[in-house]
Design a protein around this ligand. Sequence first.
Ligand SMILES: [Zn+2]
Length: 298
Amino acid sequence: MSKTTDDCHVVEGKLALPYQYFAGRTGSRFLISLRDEKKIMGIRCNQCDTVFVPPRQTCERCFADITDNWVDVGTKGTVTGYTIIRYEEPYQPIKPPYILAQIKLDGADTPITHIIKGMPLSKIKTGARVKAIFAKKTTSSIRDIEFFRPTDDKPAFELGYTYEELEVGMSASFTKTISESDVYLFAGISGDFNPMHLNEEFAKLTPFGTRIAHGALPQSLIAPVLGMKLPGLGTVIPELTVRFRKPTYFGDTITATGEVIEKIEKRKWVRMELRWTNQKEELVAEGECLAIPPVPLG
Ligand SMILES: [Zn+2]
């Protein structure tokens, strides 16, 4: 039972309490690797294969002494849990609101707790991918990782359609106008300096009456279709046949089209029909190919 009296006067004050403590053998090594090498180190238990971060001397699952099995667990990880800190306390590392998360680094089996910055509070979710950002100025503490931020883990290249994704009837095209300079460059590439492609006076004597492009020039326009669109990146073409139907004149706009016409289940290949048309919708060439679609990685 307390009783308030008028003569009770409270004086606010602070006591300074400097202290230090030994981080321990494993804790010291962990903090020194952070500070000096910007590496996040864990310890692996050789008996159960668990990698602990932060590191510990004894496996909590099989009680084995695991003191010196250090492994670099990388700087990227996945959020396994989180909370949003909204109240303010003097000991907090940054001003609220902020995200405090459990992050399982890719090489570890146990999560560490740290701050996530660089994403709206409403966007945080378990499964988010994050990476460690190291502090410019060391404090020899866990804050040598200043915070984690979202990582853009998109692959550098998006592979094309796999065999399973391809369906009969899918098609894609590429269009290009064939200019005189294209023909000159192609003559240089192929070594085919036949005057029917390069010399107008000579070409007047041929059945076409004017210069025409090398047949393989419009034909090559199917390469960006097969290799970059359908099936797309990662495709291999083991066989391709072409029948030429009409010449390609300078200035013609050629559209090369590939269409899936058969799925070859046994080999997981597809057969494609190929067509080349000009701006007048005339068939310039037609053919077929076999395509080995990309196989998904991992
Ligand atoms: Zn163990």
